[in-house]
Design a protein. Structure first.
Length: 340
């Protein structure tokens, strides 16, 4: 009887190695050194649509819009500098918290229905004013004359908002737990489970100033805590002579910049509520004017508010104008919006 000799160990080892190399080459084929017909080496992954950037206080800010319109002439508010005073920086360079807090405040104020007047970046207006003063700017063929400068052409602000991000405290409190279990046998299964959580916070101080008198009419100081967690689990075992080592884990941190936006929106809601003579509790997440038993809004106010809400709904639709087609291709078909 003829016996078949077992395959050499090197040959048995080479087969899994060849499979790994083949898999690596297949993955490498996703990135070509030659550009395709669309002019790209690779197509980017991900198809998440653009969504509205909301916080738990955004609904309360929109509630104030009804009161702003009912008050007659809405407040004119300007936003000045809301700087980062924490002094915290990343190890690789750059600031830890956003440098755009003033822009967040502008977005929050716009939701309340007040009139915003630009004072944060007036470089373009100043340049055009300089050109107009030298009679270098016209208003097109319909009006070939130069643009005139008239006294009082810029509306002034009633109030302006300034402040800063003043606190960023790491690891206010943290907790962790690890568990390990093992079979008594040396080759038995072993498992590990771990959990960690930590808390930090961010704070902001803002003040509302009367533009005419420079009197500070309101001051707000708020802080928000931020939580992060880490979960891990692992299994180690010998299965029929094969070593199996599997580990899974998950890390999550509440977005720091979103926390800054939430603190700013809470502060803006409090300040605007007081200026409109509305109890801040009234717009704490719902619109009391929309419930039964409340005084009806004037028709013009209701119409303006309905138009504002329709625009907010349209903007909140994540798939408004979204296309699954390649924007570089010839067959670009946009998804119809809900308003259509």
């Amino acid at each position: 009887m003829t016996k078949i000799a077992p395959a050499p160990r090197a040959r048995r080892t080479a087969r899994p190695l060849a499979a790994v190399i083949a898999a690596g080459l297949m993955l490498g084929a996703c990135v070509s050194p030659f550009a395709g017909e669309d002019g790209r080496y690779a197509s980017p992954i991900g198809n998440s649509p653009v969504v509205s950037n909301e916080t738990p206080y955004s609904a309360g800010l929109r509630c104030l819009a009804a009161y702003s319109m009912a008050a007659g002439r809405p407040l004119r508010v300007a936003v000045g500098q809301i700087a980062d005073y924490t002094g915290k920086e990343e190890y690789e360079g750059g600031r830890r918290v956003t440098q755009g807090a003033a822009l967040m405040a502008m977005s929050a104020l716009s939701k309340t229905g007040v009139n915003l007047v630009e004072r944060f970046d007036t470089s373009v207006a100043e340049l055009e004013l300089k050109y107009a003063n030298n009679r270098l700017i016209g208003d097109g063929a319909a009006n070939p004359n130069f643009r005139a400068i008239t006294a009082g052409q810029f509306p002034g602000s009633d109030l302006y908002l300034v402040g800063g991000i003043t606190e960023l405290n790491y690891n206010i409190r943290s907790v962790g737990a690890d568990a390990f279990a093992s079979d008594p046998a040396a080759a038995g299964a072993k498992g590990q489970l771990g959990y960690k959580a930590y808390v930090m916070n961010v704070a902001i101080d803002m003040r509302l100033v009367n533009t005419n008198t420079l009197e500070v009419v309101d001051v707000i100081s708020y802080q928000k805590q931020i939580i992060g967690r880490e979960i891990s689990a692992g299994v180690f075992d010998f299965l029929n002579g094969t070593i199996i080592d599997v580990g899974v884990g998950e890390r999550a941190l509440e977005p720091i910049q979103l926390a800054v936006r939430s603190v700013i929106e809470r502060g803006v809601m409090e300040m605007v509520s007081r200026q409109l003579g509305v109890d801040p509790v009234v717009c704490g997440g719902h619109d009391p004017l929309a419930s039964e038993g409340e005084v009806a809004r004037p028709a013009l106010v209701q119409k303006a508010l309905n138009a504002r809400r329709e625009e907010e709904v349209r903007r909140a639709d994540p798939y408004a104008g979204y296309s699954h087609a390649d924007p570089t291709g010839d067959k670009l078909v946009l998804r119809k919006t809900t308003a259509e």
